[in-house]
Structure formats: C-alpha cells, structure tokens
Write a protein that binds this ligand. Structure first.
Ligand code: NAD
Ligand code: TDX
Length: 333
C-alpha cells in the first residue's frame, strides 16, 4: 500500500510514520512536509532511509496532484496546530488548514484515492467543568479559536466533498495527544523542558481547565483502524478516557521530576480559553473493536519525561525562540 502522509515531520505525523513502518511491512511511505518551525527531519531519525521525503506545502496544487496520483491512501496530518499562535497570527492557519485541505480534496477527487482527514475535538467548542456531557460524533460544531475554526472548516470541506463528489474519505477528531517528539510550545513538553532547565512551569489562568489526554501511539493505531475498517464518509472520535485538569498535570510532572508540588506560576490566561474537552469514543470501540493501549496517564507521562530527558538535542534548538514568543504576552499573576 502506497501511503502519502502530510505533516509527517511533525509530532503526530512522525509518530505515525514510525508506527506504520514498524507494524505494516506492506506500506510504502511518502512524507509531504513544509518543514515549518514545527517540523523537523530529526523526528524521522532512524526511518528517513525507509521513506520518500518531499519538502513542500499542501497548498501547492501541482505538487499535491502529482503525489496524490502516486498514492493509494492519503493521511492528512499537516496543519498549523497551536492555538496560541493562531491568536497572535491567524493568516497561516487559514492558508494551511483550509486551502491546503481543499487542494488535497481536489487531488483525491481527480485521482479517486482514499483519504483520511486528521482533526481535533476542539471543533466542538468546550464543555462545562461540572457537566456529565462528553463530545460525540453528533455534537454540533462550535469552535472557539482561529485554530479550531480552521480545523472545523477543513472538516466541513471533507464532508461536502464526500456528499457532492463521492470522495472516499473518513474523518477522525481526537483529543489532546502526548508523547515523544511534541514541540516544546505545547503544554506538557513546555513544562517538562522548563523543569529540566531549572525553571518553573506556567499554568494559564486558574489551571482548572481539563484536557482529555491520549498517548500519540493510541491516536495513530486508531487512525489505522479507521483506514482499515471505518465506514466511508463517516466521522470517528478518538479518545482514551484521559480527563485531567492542567494543575494536576503540572503537579504530576513536578512530582515525577523530583520537585515540590507547588513549584509553578500562574500566568496570563489564554483569550477564549476552552474550559473542558471530553470524548465519548464508544463508536470506535463498538464498531471497529479499537482499544487504547496506554491506560495509565502517570506512567505514560513518566515515559514522555524520560524521552525529553534523553533527547535534549531534539528539543534544545526550538526552546529559546519558543520561550521568547511566550515572554512577549505572558505575565506572572
Ligand atoms: P505539529 O505542529 O507538530 O506538526 C505539523 C506538521 O505539519 C509539521 O511537520 C509542519 O512542518 C507541517 N506543516 C505545517 N504547515 C504545512 C503546510 N502548509 N504544508 C505542508 N506541511 C505543513 O502538529 P501535530 O500536533 O502533530 O498535529 C497534527 C495533526 O493532528 C493536525 O492536523 C492537528 O490539527 C491534529 N490534532 C492534533 C492534536 C494534538 O494534541 N497535537 C490533537 C488532535 C488533532
Ligand atoms: O504553558 C502553558 N500553560 C498552560 O496552562 C501552555 C502552553 C498551555 N497551557 C494550557 C492551555 C490548555 O488548557 O494547557 C492546555 C493544553 O494546551 P496546548 O498544549 O496548547 O493544547 P490545546 O490548546 O488544548 O490544543 C491541543 O490539543 C488539541 C493541540 O495543540 C491541538 O493541535 C489539538 O487540536
């Protein structure tokens, strides 16, 4: 099977490439990635000789048309992915997330190629802390940020291309991922590398916001279950019952790294900060028989901390520019 992976030098996409090469001997992988600030060939260390790497943008219609024409399935991870960046500068999110998805859909339509679209639970907006509700495939779209609205727009393009043109596509909306090779701008890697540098973690606002954590390998095994066995035209939510508030995540990181539980700062809250995400993934379980393998967040987090401890050469080049960006808007409360 010839697999075109967009965004395969980013966090989830690179882990997808590693997992695919390790578990699917029939896969021939091409990666299309623009190597933005968020992409790194180092994330493909150990597998670069086993994939075809193409540096380019998903909005480049001619390039996308050629690569899609040479594939049996397209898995579209490439995106501008960070909410804070989308608040500072939304333009690149519209370009990459909306226009890029449009170009891929037109190419899979022309070449009749199977397409899987990677999206986020953030398209559904947020839930109250005290509500028993979780997101399901039937939850109406209600995105809060430029990031989540451009992801929502891209999902709606996919749905329209399925209905109007018969494109063979599936969509997955996953909760917050953690694991190796995640950029240091994101919550967990930021706090872990701050502690490794002898500084204090930063909690936005009151720190009570809840995210539903899933290990990146579980996200990617679910993506393969959907490609293999999912119903065409359908959406599947991916989660692993991992609801934890941000304050607890920071306290667990501090504990696992041998620091005092209260050794962190509260800083300026994110504008429009979503309060809680929670995923009902029963469709994935009941229809496709998928189950997560990482059930214990604390031990998954400990393994992730170890990865950052032993891969400083991977994250160090991004660290000071990332913290300089945060320093422009962040104040200790
Ligand atoms: P990331 O920012 O780590 O990686 C994105 C990759 O896409 C990078 O390698 C970057 O170079 C590449 N890229 C960016 N713009 C591009 C363009 N115009 N053309 C080609 N390549 C481009 O992101 P991630 O966290 O790995 O997220 C991957 C996907 O998963 C995204 O679609 C995101 O919306 C989705 N998602 C992420 C999470 C999460 O917790 N990180 C959860 C649910 C869904
Ligand atoms: O320093 C921080 N302090 C803090 O309290 C940072 C960077 C974040 N936070 C909070 C904000 C969120 O409540 O932690 C939580 C997680 O933040 P992010 O890592 O920025 O993730 P989030 O905004 O939840 O979005 C992530 O999950 C869904 C990914 O970045 C998205 O790509 C994905 O779609």
């Amino acid at each position: 099977m010839r697999v075109l992976v967009t965004g395969g030098a980013g966090f989830i996409g690179s882990n997808f490439v590693h997992q695919t090469l390790a578990t699917r001997p029939d896969a021939e992988v091409t990666v299309l990635d623009a190597l933005t600030y968020a992409g790194s060939l180092r994330s493909l260390d150990g597998v670069l000789d086993d994939v075809r790497f193409v540096e380019g943008r998903v909005e480049d219609g001619a390039l996308v048309d050629r690569l899609v024409g040479e594939a049996d399935v397209v898995v579209h991870f490439a995106a501008e992915s960070h909410n804070d960046n989308s608040l500072a500068s939304p333009g690149p999110f519209v370009q990459t997330n909306v226009v890029g998805t449009y170009e891929l859909l037109e190419a899979v339509r022309r070449h009749d190629v199977r397409y899987h679209h990677i999206s986020t639970d953030e398209v559904y907006g947020d839930l109250a802390l005290d509500s028993p509700e979780r997101f399901s495939e039937a939850t109406p779209y209600n995105p809060s940020s430029p990031y989540s609205s451009t992801k929502g727009a891209s999902d709606l393009l996919v749905r329209a291309w399925v209905r109007s043109f018969g494109v063979e596509a599936t969509i997955s909306n996953c909760s917050n991922n953690y694991g190796p090779r995640q950029h240091v701008e994101k919550f967990i890697p930021r706090q872990v590398t701050e502690v490794l540098d002898g500084r204090r973690p930063r909690l936005y606002g009151d720190g009570l916001n809840v995210r539903d954590w899933i290990h990146v390998d579980d996200h990617n095994s679910a993506v393969w279950a959907i490609i293999d066995r999912g119903q065409l035209g359908e959406t599947y939510l991916i989660g692993a019952d991992g609801e934890v508030d941000n304050k607890t995540v920071v306290e667990t990181v501090l504990d696992l790294m041998g620091r005092e539980a209260g050794d962190y700062d509260h800083v300026t809250d994110r504008p429009g900060h979503d309060r809680r995400y929670a995923i009902d993934w029963s469709r994935l379980r009941d229809e496709l028989g998928w189950q997560p393998r990482y059930r214990d967040f604390r031990s998954g987090l400990a393994a992730t901390i170890d990865w950052y401890r032993t891969h400083e050469e991977w994250w160090r080049p991004q660290k000071s520019a990332t913290e300089a960006r945060y320093a422009r808007s962040e104040k200790v409360l």
